[in-house]
Write a protein that binds this ligand. Structure first.
Ligand code: NAP
Length: 395
């Protein structure tokens, strides 16, 4: 089976940033992506909150990210990842055509716009029902269309769609938008935009192309028709979590839970970007997550590879775990090493402060701790307070 150090799944801003950081730290990086790299920014019209670039299209920024990752010789592979599995402690990435073993995996699969689920929606996808204003807006030149939702996406994309449509209704189930104030003011000051409050879509109708939507007022129960040629659904997002569904802990809706080091509930598997449970899903936060995840993976891999060969693979090892930020423990470790040499015994020093994962893995009580391992199995531990205790453990 192919063996790699770091496998990143998804080439959006999180994945591409993780690749840049991983490569710069000297890792072997394989970036798996289905289709065009860039992720959701490819379908974003304008990006004006990436510092240093006052204005760019999503595609322009996405291309720059990709070129940057290429500059550091990231290996890209176009493939569909089916799942990530743990087999006998090994991380296996199963794709449509192969299996790849990875030391560490970063999930950067992103999110997508949810379907509304009303009658007539599925049949009219591509026939007037759309989830991407940048992709499909131009088809509605001089038409009347509806946007469904009340978040930032609905309000901002609704404004964008006025470039093409002669009229844009924003249909929202409450009587106020949840989008931020600036976006709302911008939208509501546009004469082409008309909000339709307290309303939900019951049905999308049209023989072939969309012609009409049937709305229900949630306050009065009144049902009405709205003649439109297109419906843009922006009712929130959902994560592309399939490859790790059931493997890592997730919040309601499937958003992957990580700590601030982007670690998931499974050791050596990280998540970064929109797929994560988080407050702000933006290009900049995705990129930030990617950098953190890569650096966490770098220390994990270094720790794993180095310590595995030092502690888990030999027949017999006695190791002294100490904390490098405790002066007394550092002194004790140095003296112990010297004495062990004089006794003709081999003692392996491990900085447990910097290798906390191994301390956890071996279930050590804390530091300083002496541990005797046979073929990677702990047979004895002791927390020595003095040099004498260390020496008697070694005897
Ligand atoms: P969102 O903020 O979750 O908004 C989803 C909207 O859809 C809400 O208004 C919700 O109504 C409505 N909705 C959900 N289910 C519905 C249903 N079954 N029927 C009718 N309406 C339904 O999603 P989003 O707008 O895609 O934004 C996602 C995240 O990205 C947010 O954190 C947003 O701030 C961020 N974002 C930021 C920017 C920016 O900063 N420029 C741009 C785009 C997105 P309720 O309000 O009643 O719940």
């Amino acid at each position: 089976m192919e063996k790699r150090e770091l496998v990143i799944i998804g080439a959006g801003p999180a994945g591409l940033t993780a690749a840049i950081y991983g490569r710069r730290a000297g890792l072997d990086v394989l970036l798996l992506e289905k289709g065009t790299p860039g992720g959701q920014i490819n379908i974003t019209d304008e990006i004006e909150n990436w510092p240093g670039v006052k204005h760019a299209s999503g595609q322009e920024l996405g291309n720059m990210f990709r070129e940057h990752a290429e500059k550091f010789n990231t290996e890209f592979r176009d493939t569909d990842v089916r799942k990530v599995e743990i087999r006998e402690g090994r991380k296996i990435v199963v794709t449509e055509k192969e299996e790849i073993e990875a030391e560490a995996v970063i999930i950067c699969t992103g999110a997508y716009f949810r379907r509304l689920g009303c009658e007539g929606e599925a049949e009219h996808i591509g026939q007037g029902v759309s989830y991407c204003a940048v992709c499909d807006g131009a088809f509605f030149e001089d038409e009347t269309i509806a946007v469904i939702g009340g978040g930032n996406t609905a309000v901002e994309e609704g404004t964008y769609l006025t470039k093409f449509a002669k009229k844009v209704y924003i249909v929202h189930r409450r009587d106020e938008f949840r989008a931020d104030r600036a976006a709302i003011e911008h939208a509501l000051s546009n004469p082409k935009i008309e909000p339709v409050w307290n309303s939900v879509v019951e049905r999308i109708e049209g023989d072939g192309m969309v012609e009409n939507i049937v709305l229900k007022n949630v306050k009065t129960g009144e049902v009405s028709n709205l003649a439109v040629a297109g419906v843009f659904m922006f009712v929130g997002q959902a994560p592309y979590d399939e490859p790790v569904r059931g493997l890592v802990k997730a919040a309601k809706g499937g958003w992957i839970i990580t700590n601030e080091d982007m670690e998931t509930s499974v050791e050596g598997i990280y998540a970064a970007g929109d797929v994560r449970e988080k407050g702000l899903r933006q290009v900049i936060t995705a990129a930030g997550d990617g950098a953190v995840a890569a650096m966490s993976a770098v220390s994990y891999i270094n720790e794993q590879v180095h310590l595995r060969s030092l502690l888990m693979e030999p027949e017999h090892v006695v190791a002294f775990f100490y904390s490098s930020i405790d002066g007394n423990q550092v002194q004790l470790s140095e003296k112990a090493l010297k004495e062990a040499e004089t006794m003709g015994k081999k003692l392996t020093l491990v900085d447990g402060y910097r290798n906390g994962k191994m301390v956890e893995k071996l279930e050590l009580p804390g530091m300083p701790t002496l541990v005797e391992l046979r073929k990677g199995e702990v047979v004895r531990t002791e927390s020595p307070a003095t040099l004498e205790k260390v020496l008697s453990f070694l005897k």
